[in-house]
Ligand binder design. Structure first.
Ligand SMILES: CC(C)(COP(=O)(O)OP(=O)(O)OC[C@H]1O[C@@H](n2cnc3c(N)ncnc32)[C@H](O)[C@@H]1OP(=O)(O)O)[C@@H](O)C(=O)NCCC(=O)NCCS
Length: 206
């Protein structure tokens, strides 16, 4: 891990005051659709160039999780060896989706959007590009695992057609040695596993 990364790095930004928030400090507000943030950002999504993008990929992994090796579905995946899709904002990495082909399906290893780029369509565009990748490679489904505290990601994936398949109860608490505080202070305990087919794809309305 890089020496200059703040831990826990802010994962979110308060839309009211602009304060950067580590996950534990974040809180949820419910609004009607017309009061959801609707900013739009100019960006492109592309597959990474392993040499040119390596440093930027390592940096967002450091900030999101502190490492590039990620344990998901009971398997250790290295982001640097995955298929990486980048949201390019004016030549800079604004968000990353890392995936791997495993068991004849796409497994999402990491989806992370920098706080200042969130809520502007970046995560959705990266996910749509991953589904297109699966379609183009004849892969029937996409799997992802989310920790029980991570309400933003659970919301996000279910809005994009993912369905809960199973819950590995207590897996994360066991591997961490205890239930540490995650998003909003919710104890991190369980790995929630979701899947969606890549055929008859319908994207959440925005
Ligand atoms: C969950 C996540 C991938 C969503 O990406 P995003 O680019 O903000 O999402 P989009 O703008 O494409 O889509 C917004 C949708 O996701 C939801 N959402 C989830 N997290 C959100 C956030 N932080 N800000 C705004 N919307 C968010 C919105 O409610 C919206 O849902 P809707 O379609 O039902 O209205 C992103 O918030 C994220 O990366 N979270 C993990 C934290 C993290 O890794 N931080 C960066 C560390 S470097």
């Amino acid at each position: 891990m890089s020496d200059n990364v703040e831990v826990p790095y802010p994962h979110y930004r308060c839309p009211s005051c602009g304060k950067d928030l580590p996950p534990e400090e974040a809180r949820i507000t419910i609004t009607c659709e017309s009061h959801q943030p609707s900013d739009r950002l100019a960006f492109t999504v592309r597959e990474s160039n392993p040499a040119a993008d390596r440093r930027a990929i390592e940096e967002i992994c450091d900030k999101a999780l502190g490492e590039t090796e990620i344990d998901t579905f009971g398997t250790m995946f290295d982001v640097l060896k995955g298929v990486n899709l980048i949201a390019d904002v004016d030549g800079e990495l604004g968000g990353l989706l890392s995936m791997s082909v495993s068991g004849g399906e796409i497994v999402l290893i990491l989806l992370s959007v920098y706080p200042e780029r969130q809520g502007q369509g970046v995560g959705s565009a990266l996910l749509r590009a991953a589904v297109v990748y699966a379609e183009e490679h004849g892969l029937p489904s996409v799997r992802v695992a989310v920790s029980n505290d991570d309400i933003p990601l659970l919301h996000f994936y279910q809005r994009h057609g993912f369905v809960i398949q199973e819950i590995a109860v207590g897996l994360l608490a066991d591997s961490l040695g205890s239930a540490v505080a995650g998003f909003s202070g919710i104890p991190v305990r369980d790995e929630i596993r979701l899947r969606r087919p890549v055929c008859s794809v319908r994207h959440a309305p925005r």
